[in-house]
Design a protein around this ligand. Structure first.
Ligand code: HEC
Ligand code: HEC
Ligand code: HEC
Ligand code: HEC
Length: 168
């Protein structure tokens, strides 16, 4: 029992550290932490209070029924309207009132963002080289270059025999 002093010292340090940790933790951790799970319970209400930015394609169809129908029938049905235009909240506010017109991007870059041929894309995903497709390099393409042949909402030309109700 002669040489146990260093054990006690280490022991006191450990216990002291633990008490210090519990003490500090008590003040730093928000009271609602753990109320529902491993997060701050009051955060739920904070998130719910935020205004909705995106509406999803269903939110557009109430006012743009023809476009939505046309879009749903083609291969772009999987692409959200807001992906090519902008968030709903920029155009219509939460009370359903008009804010400003949605932007329309007619640049070939809009399409090439998803269809430019890249080795990293999944095999089978429709991709093009503009030189092969149109005989021009990308910087030479003008606005509307893709829309001359493809309908933005229903782009596959094979399905063109279906008569469009309008150009939407
Ligand atoms: C409450 C009705 C309403 C909703 C919901 C709505 N729009 Fe519109 N939108 C309008 C009106 C009104 C106009 C302007 C009149 C017009 O051109 O038909 C318009 C015009 C547009 C235009 C044309 C802009 C232009 O320069 O001509 C686009 C694109 C558009 N909306 C996209 C969308 C998308 C995408 C959504 C869903 C995220 C959406 N809208 C949801 C009412 C709506
Ligand atoms: C956000 C990504 C995205 C953008 C932007 C986009 N597309 Fe697409 N496109 C897709 C997806 C996803 C498909 C469906 C692919 C599938 O079915 O495997 C598709 C399908 C197509 C097809 C049909 C190919 C086929 O074999 O049936 C054409 C043509 C096409 N897009 C042209 C365009 C044009 C033109 C534009 C610009 C106006 C454009 N895309 C913008 C994602 C996009
Ligand atoms: C001169 C008419 C024309 C123009 C302009 C045009 N395309 Fe095409 N595109 C076609 C034809 C024809 C096909 C083959 C038929 C089909 O798949 O529907 C096609 C097919 C595609 C496909 C499907 C390729 C695949 O492997 O399945 C994509 C993606 C595409 N085009 C994107 C674009 C983009 C992006 C632009 C603008 C840079 C563009 N196209 C401009 C006529 C055109
Ligand atoms: C792949 C990109 C893309 C997607 C997805 C897309 N749009 Fe568009 N949209 C465009 C482009 C490009 C134009 C301009 C077409 C033109 O000038 O020929 C346009 C035009 C429009 C217009 C005005 C002209 C018209 O055709 O009436 C409206 C409204 C519109 N889009 C609404 C929508 C709605 C609603 C959705 C979803 C249901 C949607 N868009 C999905 C690219 C897209």
């Amino acid at each position: 029992m002669k040489h146990t002093k260093h054990y006690w010292r280490a022991g006191f340090l450990l216990v002291g550290g633990l008490i210090g940790f519990i003490f500090v933790r008590h003040f730093l951790v928000p009271t609602s932490f753990g109320q529902f799970g491993f997060y701050r319970g009051t955060n739920l209400a904070e998130q719910q209070a935020k205004s909705v930015v995106h509406g999803g394609k269903e939110s557009c169809s109430t006012c743009h029924e023809d476009v939505a129908k046309n879009h749903a029938a083609g291969s772009h049905a999987v692409v959200q309207c807001e992906n090519c235009h902008a968030a709903l909240s920029k155009h219509i506010n939460k009370d359903g009132e008009f804010v400003e017109l949605m932007p329309i991007d007619r640049s070939p870059q809009l399409c090439l963002r998803c269809h430019r041929s890249l080795p990293s894309r999944p095999t089978g995903f429709p991709q093009i080289e503009t030189k092969e497709h149109l005989g021009l390099d990308e910087p030479e393409l003008q606005a509307g270059a893709c829309l001359a042949c493809h309908n933005s909402h229903r782009p596959s030309l094979e399905k063109k025999k279906v008569k469009y109700e309008n150009n939407g």
